[in-house]
Design a protein around this ligand. Structure first.
Ligand code: GLY
Length: 307
């Protein structure tokens, strides 16, 4: 049985920068905007902050010094979705993903094709690498070339990239007063990744999923782990079966840890169709932001698995 009653608008977002996202999204919801608009504005608030090194054009570049961005958005009222992957020179990949959903017959555009589409619709935005990101990239290259015995080998890159652990996606789920659910996420992906590497964020069912009948979810963490489990589709699947957002998030994380105890870098946030929040993680600690329309400002909540 699906919930069809009145809902208090709510929004949930990953990490402490989720506070900024939740605030921006809630402004839209309080003005009676849609969940989809709220998610786009929430994600943009983080993409526009050039001091953040894991989202948007302020993010760390790939191995060659180019910032490559991934994003996706899903409308739970229609099950339509849009995504972009490995896109360059776009300030708001979440808006580009939404345009893929609204203006094309496709769900996902990648690489040069996605960049060409951005240029065509006026979303191209060229900007030099942020100085701190460039400095970190140069230091990384020097360390790679001079300090590792396996230098130059694929084995080395794989090991080093897993040590970096810089993959804090902004992931957002919102529900509006009409019970419409939407989810979106955006990331610059793994710092100094191989060119063309794509994580979970633009993959529908991995980075995000939303359906008004059940709720929505967004994931953050190591894309290579999240994609193997289709984490957000799993959380929504549990909600289809009647679990609350919290029960569904916990059930998904329990399943993942039982199946592969090494999948230590996954977190998920969710809202069910009643607007109740849930979050769970395989990290030792994880923070997320939540705000309901009956609150003055978002709260930051944390999960500590070590306690
Ligand atoms: N979760 C973001 C990424 O791995 O690219």
């Amino acid at each position: 049985m699906y919930f069809m009653g009145q809902v208090t608008p709510a929004i949930i977002a990953t990490w402490s920068f989720g506070l900024k996202a939740a605030e921006a999204g809630m402004r839209v919801l309080k003005a009676k905007g849609s969940a989809l608009d709220a998610v786009e504005e929430a994600v943009k608030a983080v993409e526009n902050d050039l001091s953040i090194r894991s989202v948007g054009l302020g993010g760390y570049p790939n191995m060659l010094g180019d910032v490559e961005l991934d994003a996706s958005i899903m409308d739970g009222s229609t099950l339509r979705a849009g995504a972009v992957a490995a896109v360059k020179n776009v300030k708001n990949p979440i808006s580009l993903a939404r345009k893929v959903m609204e203006l094309t017959p496709h769900v996902m555009l990648v690489g040069e094709g996605a960049c060409m589409f951005a240029r065509l619709i006026g979303l191209e935005h060229r900007m030099p690498l942020q100085p701190e990101a460039e400095k970190a990239w140069r230091e990384y290259i020097v360390r790679v070339m001079h300090s590792r015995p396996e230098k130059g080998t694929l084995e080395f890159w794989a090991k080093y990239i897993h040590e970096l652990r810089s993959h804090d996606t902004i992931g957002v789920v919102a529900i509006d007063g009409n019970g419409n659910v939407a989810a979106g996420c955006s990331t610059s992906g793994l710092a100094f990744k191989m060119p063309g590497r794509v994580g979970d964020s633009p993959i529908i069912g991995s980075g995000i999923y939303a359906d008004n009948l059940a709720g929505g979810a967004s994931a953050t963490g190591l894309g290579e782990d999240i994609m193997r489990f289709c984490v957000t589709r799993m959380v929504v699947e549990y909600m289809y079966r009647g679990m609350s957002a919290q029960e569904a998030a916990d059930a998904a994380i329990d399943f993942i840890l039982k199946r592969d105890g090494n999948a230590k870098h996954i977190a998920v946030v969710a809202l069910d169709a009643r607007g109740r929040p849930g979050a769970s993680t395989t990290y030792d600690t994880f923070e997320y932001a939540f705000m309901g329309a009956d609150m003055d400002k978002p709260v930051l909540r944390s999960i500590n698995r070590l306690k």
